[in-house]
Design a protein around this ligand. Structure first.
Ligand SMILES: [Zn+2]
Length: 212
């Protein structure tokens, strides 16, 4: 049997004996009554952008789904394995979250691979490229609008437009659209700059990301 990583053993002990103890009662209460977070975050798998750390959150605060490049696929009814859709359904209909935040970030490997398939090692099935093909139309628009820009700028633009595309896809889910129209649910786009820790938030009226 593979040995469980030592670093995880050590850190778990630190959590249980240190951070855990002061919140023991919270955990006991959460175990008893369940969770009721107000916020759902869709963020990237990238280890540099942990939403709980960025928003100083503890257990019970946020419902988080992470995937490559923080994408929300469009609403589909083919009934296969829809991980993001299942998480949305649970968060919106069962937990009644009030906010959904799509959080992208700088230097996203998924976005990089969307722009250049060779940017990541892939099997012949090209799971990453297939997943990122969700942004094909957006990518063409970004490339066409930034023909003279350098790679770095195009990457940043696609990160921002990808967030907007996921917001658009969120609204293809009837239960999300309905609750948003009723003012019960608020959708947000955000982008985290890893190097500077700057978080910008989308103003959907202007299409601009504004620093908090
Ligand atoms: Zn990423």
């Amino acid at each position: 049997m593979n040995r469980f990583p030592e670093i995880l053993r050590t850190r778990y002990q630190r959590f249980k004996d240190g951070d855990f103890q002061p919140n023991a009662a919270d955990f006991e209460q959460m175990a008893e009554i369940g969770q009721s977070p107000d916020v759902m975050v869709v963020s990237c798998c990238d280890s540099r952008v942990p939403p709980e750390a960025i928003f100083s959150s503890g257990p019970g605060d946020m419902f988080v789904v992470r995937n490559v490049a923080n994408l929300v696929p469009p609403f589909e009814t083919c009934g296969r394995y829809h991980g993001v859709s299942a998480a949305l359904e649970f968060a919106v209909l069962n937990l009644a979250v009030k906010h959904i935040v799509i959080m992208g970030h700088s230097g996203c490997g998924g976005i990089k691979t969307a722009l250049d398939q060779n940017a990541a090692e892939q099997t012949e099935l090209k799971f990453i490229s297939n997943w990122m093909s969700m942004l094909d139309d957006v990518k063409l628009r970004v490339l066409s609008a930034n023909q003279t820009s350098d790679k770095k700028h195009i990457q940043a633009e696609l990160e921002l437009h990808g967030i907007q595309a996921s917001l658009k896809n969120l609204r293809t889910f009837p239960f999300i659209k309905e609750l948003e129209d009723q003012g019960e649910l608020n959708l947000h786009g955000a982008h985290f700059e890893v190097g500077t820790r700057l978080l910008t938030v989308l103003d959907e009226e202007t299409g601009k990301f504004i620093a908090l």
